[in-house]
Ligand binder design. Structure first.
Ligand SMILES: O=C(O)c1cc(=O)[nH]c(=O)n1[C@@H]1O[C@H](COP(=O)(O)O)[C@@H](O)[C@H]1O
Length: 232
């Protein structure tokens, strides 16, 4: 298992609430993720405040645009010094190659660049409505192949596809899996879910976990319990 596989997803519209949660967490136990809501509200200042607290940060903006625009967007993310950032694989091979090329200038300081395959909130039925008449796992595999071809560092997928992707693409290809739900926690809007220990056993490298930690009465206790379940 990778060192610090837990990535806590912060989805807040109140910065003080988010910072007070962050101050309860331990950078030795987890990394953090902010996405569209928090970055739109609080921008690079929040990134700096998180970095000042010694957390690795995944900037989850899921870029999807023409290659030139996405290349500039991932460069802007790299300028912020984030640990990981992402694009949508469905933006296509040329878009992902342009993003990867843009990060070459940053050498070892470049963030990990990963691509979202099929969102974990989507089911086979949702894909059918989009005109994609294959199971989610097959669509994930198709998009992961494209991502691998573009030489990105890995994909966001559900833990349900982790075993297939690890055996197809090997150890170095990072699998970042949201849709993680400890036994007994609310599923919410997620569809393709798995518990933390099963996700790691299936080959997930990083577990993105939001509400089961952030909405817990005691977030640090919830984080520690998940951490412990992985050590076992
Ligand atoms: O890219 C992501 O992080 C992501 C991709 C995906 O397929 N599914 C998914 O849930 N996410 C993110 O992972 C987090 C999951 O949060 P919880 O459902 O609260 O655990 C949210 O911040 C989502 O935006």
């Amino acid at each position: 298992m990778i060192d610090k596989p837990i990535v806590v997803a912060l989805d807040y519209n109140d910065k003080n609430q988010a910072l007070s949660l962050i101050d309860k967490l331990d950078p030795a136990l987890c990394r953090l993720k902010i996405g569209k809501e928090m970055f739109t509200l609080f921008g690079p200042t929040l990134v700096k405040e998180i970095h000042d607290r010694d957390f690795d940060l995944f900037l989850d903006l899921k870029f999807h645009d023409i290659p030139n625009t996405v290349a500039k967007a991932v460069s802007a993310a790299a300028d912020l010094g984030v640990w990981m950032t992402n694009v949508h694989a469905s933006g296509g091979l040329a878009m992902m190659q342009a993003a990867k090329k843009a990060l070459a200038a940053y050498g070892n300081d470049a963030p990990l660049l990963i691509a979202v395959t099929v969102l974990t909130s989507m089911s086979d039925e949702d894909l059918t409505l989009l005109g994609i008449n294959i199971p989610a796992s097959a669509q994930v595999l198709r998009l992961a192949k494209l991502t691998h071809q573009a030489n990105l560092d890995g994909v966001v997928c559900s833990a349900q596809e982790a075993q297939l992707l690890k055996s197809t693409f090997g150890k170095q290809f990072n699998l970042v899996t949201p849709g993680i739900r400890p036994v007994g926690s609310d599923v919410g809007d997620q569809h393709r879910i798995m518990t933390p220990p099963k996700a790691i056993a299936a080959g997930s490298d990083y577990l993105v976990i939001g509400r089961p930690i952030t909405q817990a009465d005691d977030p640090l206790a919830a984080l520690s319990a998940i951490h412990q379940s992985l050590q076992a």
